[in-house]
Design a protein around this ligand. Sequence first.
Ligand code: KG4
Ligand code: ZN
Length: 356
Amino acid sequence: MSIVLALETSCDETAAAVVRDRTVLSNVVASQIDIHRQYGGVVPEVASRAHVEQVGPLVTAALEQAGLTWAAIDGVAATCAPGLVGALMVGLTAGKTLALVHDKPFLGVHHLEGHIYAAYLSEPTLQPPFLCLLVSGGHTSLIQVQGCGNYALLGQTRDDAAGEAFDKVARLLGLGYPGGPIIDRLAAAGDPTAFPLPEGKISLPGGGFHRYDSSFSGLKTAVLRLVQSLQAQGIDPLPLADLAASFQGTVARALTKRALNCALDHGLSTIVVGGGVAANSGLRQHLTATATAQGLTVLFPPLAYCTDNAAMIACAAADHLNWGHVSALGLGAQSRLPLTAVMGLYGEAREIGSKP
Ligand code: KG4
Ligand code: ZN
């Protein structure tokens, strides 16, 4: 059993949380969305500065809400990869400093492993193996989860991530930032069959299509061409709800088809969804209905654990700590790091302590 205090600063949310294995004791998030909205996207330098201002008060709030003092904390964790390096550095440096000052083991955590662990927070009895469909602003991956730190990448996007497609389509429709929640709300009032759009299939050299990989860049361009053609026909205002619903429905079908192919081909009976796009109501409905009809179980964590948060990072760190995995204080931030390399972040606690 481990109680971990974790920090998450990989992008535009500053977050701190205290978790006991799979039980959330506190979870606080300071979103920077209002700051970045005026620029239409995340400005890395602005994000780093905001993290610096927020991280201290959030650590205090996380401990207070958990009703704990440092004496009760078994380890300190921080997201160390992947993400914006300047932003990651803030949480990582704060986490390592707190670990040093309070004499606790430190663990760097892979952001995507955190998104996978979000599922354990809502389903503490969940056991690997299972399939994780990880759909965020930066990633769209199908991952076979075999155990703590043990992952196989089965499929991914060849270009834009699903969340990135939502954000880009929202921008070209003039809807604002971040695009996912806005398109989701608009789509509720639209007809998903109004405009047929391409699903972004990846052709195989020998014919046919890739069963797991996806592409969203072509879909985004198709929406752009559609909008241009509607405007050329003098259609004003644009049928935004129908456009949003058609786009969202296409993404939901594309992700569902690939996740089902993966789960059925690999004999995995549970699909866990993680990342910000797991909040999407179109994906939730379509994947749940389609997978259930095939006898599969689908788990969507609550929204607060789908988007970036530190509880998922603490949960992953607590599991690693229980296995005796600890990071060196020299661990750096990395903008990119494959999930399959996650065990490179740790050594045995003994080894690290014995290093000169
Ligand atoms: O996981 P996340 O919070 O941050 C990253 O690690 O990227 O995901 C953010 C992404 C953004 O692209 C945002 O537009 C998308 O998740 N998102 C959604 C919804 N809520 C957030 N996309 C579709 N529907 C939503 N309801
Ligand atoms: Zn994320």
